[in-house]
Design a protein around this ligand. Structure first.
Ligand SMILES: Cc1cc2nc3c(=O)[nH]c(=O)nc-3n(C[C@H](O)[C@H](O)[C@H](O)COP(=O)(O)OP(=O)(O)OC[C@H]3O[C@@H](n4cnc5c(N)ncnc54)[C@H](O)[C@@H]3O)c2cc1C
Length: 402
């Protein structure tokens, strides 16, 4: 059941797409700079600036319309179940269009930043909520991904300030972010209390953006960041020193939960397109959907989308009901298993969905730039960022065995 405010949100979002996004999408198409999800890349391998700017314009308009950040307390305070309905609607309705930019993704505000100081709220969080600026979450390093606590980036106190040094890699929005949410070691050897989170001004002396790291997503958004003796004022520490690991998990868990609505929305969109193809493409004078082999692929897609969606709604209902909810610090002991269940269920079922959807389309499913080809690459990607599927199994088993 969708709540009244979800109903209101989706109605307003649908009008926003028609009135504000479609004209921008038409303008972008006329410029031959690629599409929002298959952009042309510039000579440095980065998303074409015109595509980035079109996305930014949608974000600003969406924030002005009150649609950009329903997921954070300061933006709307929707529960995770409400967010699953919102995300499902947005992904299904937008497909791979510019409309997706209207709902804050990793470049927008998030539950971790909400722990910032009053000064940082004014300086960073409010402009993020208004989509005047964008953020990047900088946790991973070249030699440290899964093993977060082994990171080398570190910060030491200097009076009221902190001096930050280190190199981050695989960072989404490294090329464009105005503020970086950086995790760094501040108390070596203190385990899950060894890290702190800093909000770092991209223009601060000592911050440099590194090379693009091209991935199979081909979106020109993933890159390196370098911090050399960067001075960070105490007011830009998020939470307290030592909270960095818990805050990083808050961010990562947001991305895990967002899989529920995203995979339900894109999954339904792919199913709709596959059914349409099965009805209209013929072989031996009959629609391919009359071949049992093809019909069964449709049934398997339906079963995967249905079960992953239902499981995600159930799990997010349980997470919302926990003391402190899904973003509690400390996190309720029942949460990690549930969060990892959402991720592994969606990553693996959406991979099967995207694979079968592509197969139903035959050769045209492989055509570069087709929705099926793009979503197949995206589905393969999902199993790695925000914690690999293997790591999710570790957390699920830990939850069962504790
Ligand atoms: C497109 C993209 C965008 C990304 N965006 C961001 C971002 O915005 N910010 C950010 O900070 N990071 C980002 N990342 C990094 C991402 O979070 C890491 O790639 C991911 O956490 C895995 O780390 P790794 O690549 O170092 O793999 P590794 O940790 O080296 O893992 C390699 C393999 O070993 C397995 N493995 C490792 N340790 C264990 C273990 N203890 N038990 C069982 N198996 C294990 C893994 O499951 C995997 O199969 C992004 C990555 C990609 C590809």
């Amino acid at each position: 059941m969708r709540s009244g405010r979800v109903e209101d949100y989706v109605e307003r979002f649908a009008s926003f797409l028609a009135d504000e996004v479609e004209p921008l999408e038409a303008e972008l198409a006329a410029r031959e700079v690629g599409t929002p999800f298959n952009p042309r890349l510039d000579e440095a391998g980065r998303m074409h600036p015109a595509v980035w700017e079109a996305r930014r314009e949608v974000q600003r308009r969406s924030a002005a319309a009150g649609l950009y950040a329903p997921h954070v307390p300061s933006g709307g305070g929707f529960s995770r179940v409400e967010m699953q309905h919102v995300e499902e609607f947005v992904y299904r309705r937008s497909g791979l269009g510019l409309g997706l930019a209207a709902l804050a993704w990793t470049e927008g505000p998030n539950a971790a930043i909400e722990h910032c100081s009053p000064a940082a709220r004014e300086h960073w969080l409010e402009p993020l909520l208004a989509a005047e600026i964008t953020a990047a979450f900088a946790n991973t390093e070249i030699s440290v991904g899964t093993d977060v606590l082994a990171m080398e980036t570190h910060a030491v106190r200097d009076g009221d300030d902190w001096i930050l040094n280190g190199d981050k890699a695989w960072i989404t929005n490294a090329h464009f972010a105005d503020v970086m949410q950086v995790t760094a070691v501040t108390e070596p050897g203190a385990g899950t209390r060894s890290l702190s989170m800093f909000l770092v001004d991209a223009r601060a002396p000592g911050v440099t953006r590194g090379r693009d790291i091209p991935t199979m997503l081909d979106d020109g958004l993933t890159g390196e960041l370098h911090f050399s003796d960067v001075r960070v004022p105490a007011e830009d520490v998020v939470g307290d020193p030592g909270d960095g690991f818990a805050l990083a998990m808050t961010w990562i868990n947001w991305r895990r939960m967002a899989r529920g609505g995203m995979c339900a929305g894109w999954g339904s969109w792919l199913l709709e397109r596959a059914v349409d193809r099965a009805r209209t493409r013929t072989s031996g004078g009959r629609p391919i959907g009359e071949q049992q082999a093809v019909a069964h692929m449709l049934a398997d897609i339906d079963a995967d989308v249905y079960t992953a969606r239902a499981a995600s709604l159930q799990i997010q209902t349980e997470l919302d009901a926990l003391p402190g909810g899904p973003y509690g610090i400390p996190l309720d002991h029942a949460a990690p298993r549930l969060l990892s269940l959402i991720k592994v269920i969606n990553d693996e079922s959406f991979y099967r969905v995207a694979d079968r959807a592509l197969q139903v389309h035959g050769g045209s499913g492989l055509r570069k730039g087709s929705p099926e080809e793009k979503l197949f690459r995206l589905a393969r990607n999902l199993k790695i960022p925000a914690g690999t599927v293997e790591i999710q199994r570790n957390a699920i088993a830990r939850g069962l065995l504790r």
